[in-house]
Design a protein around this ligand. Sequence first.
Ligand code: NA7
Length: 867
Amino acid sequence: MSLASDEVTVRRTVPPEVDAVVVGAGFAGLYLVHRFRQMGRSVIAFDTADDVGGTWYWNRYPGARCDIATTDYCFSFDPELEREWTWSEKYATQPEILSYLRYVADKHDLRRDIRFSTRVTSARWDERARRWKLETDRGDLVTCRFYIMATGCLSMPKDIDIEGADRFAGAVYHTSRWPHEGVDFTGKRVAVIGTGSSGIQSIPLIAAQAARLTVFQRTPNFTFPAHNGPPRPETVAALAADRDGYREAARNSRAGVPLDHLATNLLGEVATPEQRRERFEWAWERGELFALSAIFADVMINPRSNDIAAELYRERVREIVKNPETAESLCPRDHYMGTKRPCLDTNYLATYNLPHVRLIDLRKHPIASITEKGIDTVDESLAFDAIVYATGFDAMTGALVAVDVAGRDGVTLEEKWKDGASTYLGLTTTGFPNFFTVTGPGSPSVLCNMAAAIEQHVDWLTDCIAYLDANGFDTIEPTETAETGWTEHVRDCAEITLLPTASSWYMGANVPGKPRMFYVYTGGLQAYRTACDDVVRSGYLGFRLDGPNGAVCNNGIICQLQPDVAMLLSAIEKLNLPPMETMSPDAARVFTTATAARRPAGPRVGAVRDGLLPGSAGDVRYRLYRPEGADPVPVIAYFHGGGWVIGDLDSDDPLCRDLCVRSGAAVVSVDYRHAPEHRFPAAVDDALAAVRWIAAHAFELGGIPGELVVAGWSAGANLAAGVCQAANALGGPPIRAQLLITPVIDGDTTRPSYQANGAGYGLTTALLGWLYDHYIDRGDREDPRFAVLRGRLAGLPPAVLVTAQFDPLRDEGEAYAEALARAGVPVHHIRARGHIHTSLTMVDVALSGARVRAEMIEALRGLLPRE
Ligand code: NA7
């Protein structure tokens, strides 16, 4: 027997039982095999390919390259490897990356534990044995304790869903399954369908060979020049000077690449036209994907800012592409820049200036059918020798559900995820003990440097396995609570960006019938790493660990705050400001006014007018916000927050604008008298007088008489609630509804929320004490004009009441909502998850508050007249 066949025999030996089975032999699979071996665990990996490489094994189309600089897109676990390997280009080609992965496999002798050309067909959890039982298409049966899918995010090609595709008699290629020997298109008439990264990278090279190239484009993409060449000198220098420091910075960065040099504070709308151009030009010349999302600080969150950048992009397309019709077709308009995966290219747009290259815009000329000879659009028949499909992947979950994975009780992953993928940390999922997904849905994966993400995942999960063993546990599985919490957190992170607005593969939108959700964690690698580490530090929070000595379950949710609220709190903490309760009221007012002056102004409204209205002891100022148009509208009388001591018309100006625009009502913001100069009940008296005046003057204010809502935030909501009670008792004025945003209800500081949320969430128990003391005598604190919970509630107008999870005032708001309901008052109670007392009102600062305000106005609308 020859040595070669001996090797084959040896390699095909599959041990019946191992500690861990890994599926996939790309970046993740290789590092897993290495780590398990280092830990002294038996491991076997399977891959359907006949060699290592994963994505870089399969995607061999012309022009295939990475578009994260290769100096970053590589392993960092082996310093020796880093010294041995030199990249030839900033963005290396597929063959070079594949050689690198082969080199890694050889250097660490990893192939020994990998079985190639083998597909894992099923994996079943055996609850009695506490083991996974796997089968392969080569008849292998393997039992293992840990089953890890390292199958990649973009490895399952999307089915070709074009009518007649199987009829074509010419050559058919899919970019992700490219023939190893390459393809020569010389003299051929070639069609390329799809203009994502694969299309955009391959089209210029196919054009260089083909006699005629026709590109079928459904959606134009944003693509910037890669400016490829030798590795960027500054990165090479930084690595040479301090490799460990550089890698550490990458690990602790948002993108898995140190990017501080790209950051800007410039907001798109605020920037001058020159600044906008300069910034766009910088991104165009930079040749870096992450520069696109850094053109303006708010380009990924503010649609108007994004539009500015997108228009500059479209101008550039028109400059490059000579045929105006083709240029227009290449201008993306149906999604915000960066919300579908943007591309880096080499000569892509200019390729359309070549006489033998033609673009067919499928939005105008859809494909009717693929025929034996070529492609028929609705207007013409085109003959081709070859069709190249660059139509993408069933991303994020496709490869995971392709294996028949059945967890506890036989439920398969596909069944579990039929309405959407849910994971804990993108790494684990309930019902599937000892099962891990590397770069799974709900992890940062494709929005950051995959190599850095993979190393983090593999380190985390192998450390986790070591912990289980060291502590006598057999199994680990997340809890429902933890998984639901993480899934919500992933959604919360995505929703403060523009990313979910596009029909992208990030959203599962490219695969018919796939549940739409944002499949990637947008919070960045650093925040993700912190969350994973915090889970461990809190004793594997959200996991149930089970062993012969019993189970331990530290149930709970990691990352409960809204992501932007958490960022704000941490930014505020860093400022190390003196607590407001240590200031005099005047100093506190100066401080809040100065802070307010630096905020975004809030949305534009139809008109704003300041005026005076009679309070209970002299005039008080008001500000009227009118929506666009001259028709009479409902009126909202609004009372600002600030604990009766601080705040004024300016302090709540952005919120009033927001309320006006969202509701379509006129908002009259009233500046009542403040304490300690005017203590309780001065503010209550002014509030009632103001509402009476507003009701009586509805017509002059542009309002519909009788359509009056009384609203307020915090102390202002306390006044609003008091006014509603007073009006009810006095028989008028009629109030249609009350809107109470995180109200003070009775200031009972013994409630649990004062203990749980009384420090570290902006509004503190100490500050509340200071405000109460300035406002009201202790002896008056049971007066229902302050302690509105003690008032008469029957017959009050319907209420929309909002409480925030991390607000000391939460429980009194809860108590009022319950009491109103008990008294027969219709209540729409919104519990703002992950919010603090102030975040709902921080318009365009805490973006997550916008969703709550939308819900609040929607509820209010239900109580207002229909247009
Ligand atoms: P992508 O980015 O999913 O691109 C696929 C392209 O194919 C995209 O332009 C699609 O248009 C188009 N497509 C898909 N189905 C059709 C049909 N039926 N008809 C016409 N056009 C179609 O995949 P890639 O392989 O280019 O890139 C994947 C990722 O790999 C890339 O983002 C990098 O992360 C690496 P659509 O936009 O859906 O209208």
